[in-house]
Design a protein around this ligand. Structure first.
Ligand SMILES: Nc1ncnc2c1ncn2[C@@H]1O[C@H](COP(=O)(O)OP(=O)(O)OP(=O)(O)O)[C@@H](O)[C@H]1O
Length: 357
């Protein structure tokens, strides 16, 4: 049995189904992110684990105990929610120590643990400040220290880095991961930022319309998305429409004038499919699988992004900036890619039954 388990957890608000038969297992010490677009049910899922929202049906267990209907305060979870503001009238140390005070721990132990928690988030020197005297990022770190100080079995984070500018956000992502590893807290984080989820999680759960669509290691989900939605929500991709012409050890697909053979899930001949090709897997070469012409180019610093017009449609190609001259707009180029980078997705996701086992 996993440390935290959600089994068929469903939430209705009136007639609105916010979360539908959600299944999730989180191992002790694991960092799992719920990733998905606005309104897909991420926060509602976290709120049900926290005990702030009632579960309509299904079951939640923590360390083997059924906590589906347990009150929030007896679950003892560490929570950093966007709306879970700091106490304005208390200092940073007061905010961080609040949970320990509630638990009536001896004063000396409280002081020690508050100092440790503040050191963890590098805010020792701000212990006597008030929240209004801190930056947004510092406030989020106080919220994190307040959650960590009670040494919770599970840490629940809802967009914990949302108030930070891009650079601080990136720094804090790594810091958060380090803190989480050091403390060993089992963590569930909600985010709509796919790069954030991928860079710090052991596993990501991609949600769409109240459902968990795919769960796995970030690299696995990125390289083997199971649906069109996941292939475009987690990273960027070129999607080329094609038709399956034959299915053997590999699937033969016709993409207009181009024929390819793809490993992976097999489809019946005649099935409409999409070939997913990640832009960074494509190369501009003098002679490739297909000829094209650079329509546009964008300089991204460490990379060039080319839009290359070809007979199978426009292809986005991401090339490392190796310091040499880039291709010019209007220039002719071939486009190539390795066989193992091709992924086939059903064009019509309701037609999954047509996929061969
Ligand atoms: N208290 C509520 N009453 C009615 N409907 C709600 C309530 N809270 C959420 N919903 C609905 O449930 C669905 C899921 O909302 P939720 O906040 O869980 O999504 P989310 O993925 O966290 O979105 P966001 O990234 O925008 O925060 C949405 O359709 C939302 O409108």
């Amino acid at each position: 049995m996993s440390f935290l388990e959600l089994t068929d957890v469903t939430k209705f608000y009136g007639n609105t189904c916010a979360v539908s038969a959600m299944n999730l297992t989180v191992e002790k010490g694991e960092f799992v992110s719920l990733l998905g677009p606005s309104g897909c049910g991420k926060t509602t899922t976290l709120q049900m684990v926290a005990g702030f929202e009632a579960v309509t049906s299904g079951r939640i267990t923590l360390d083997g105990r059924d906590i589906t209907h347990a009150k929030a305060n007896v679950r003892g979870l560490g929570i950093v929610f966007q709306s879970y503001a700091l106490f304005a009238h208390m200092t940073v140390a007061g905010n961080v120590g609040f949970g320990l005070e509630m638990r009536k721990l001896p004063k000396t132990e409280q002081r020690e643990r508050v100092a440790q928690a503040l050191a963890l988030v590098h805010l020792e020197q701000h212990a006597s400040r008030y929240p209004r005297e801190l930056s947004g990022g510092q406030r989020q770190r106080v919220a994190l220290a307040r959650a960590l100080v009670i040494e919770p079995p599970v840490l629940l984070l809802d967009e914990p880095l949302s108030n930070l500018d891009a650079q601080l956000r990136e720094e804090m992502q790594f810091e958060l991961r380090q803190i989480q590893r050091r403390v060993g807290a089992t963590t569930v984080m909600v985010t709509h930022d796919q790069s954030e989820a991928m860079s710090i999680s052991d596993r990501v759960v991609v949600m769409e319309a109240g459902r968990a669509m795919q769960t796995g290691h970030p690299h696995r989900v990125y390289e083997h998305p199971e649906t069109r939605f996941i292939s475009t929500f987690v990273g960027k991709t070129n999607l080329l429409p094609g038709t399956v012409t034959a299915s053997g050890a590999r699937t033969h697909v016709a993409l207009g004038p181009l024929a390819v053979q793809v490993d992976g899930p097999r489809f019946l001949p005649g099935t409409a499919v999409l070939l997913s090709l990640r832009p960074e897997k494509l190369h501009c070469v003098p002679a490739g699988r297909i000829d094209g012409q650079v329509r546009e180019r964008f300089f991204l610093g460490s990379q060039w992004l080319y839009r290359v017009g070809t007979a199978v449609g426009d292809l986005m190609v991401l090339a490392p900036n190796d310091g040499r001259d880039a291709l010019s707009e209007g220039e002719r180029t071939g486009v190539d890619w390795p066989d193992h980078c091709m992924r086939l997705l059903p064009a019509d996701e309701t037609a999954g039954a047509e996929a061969l086992p």
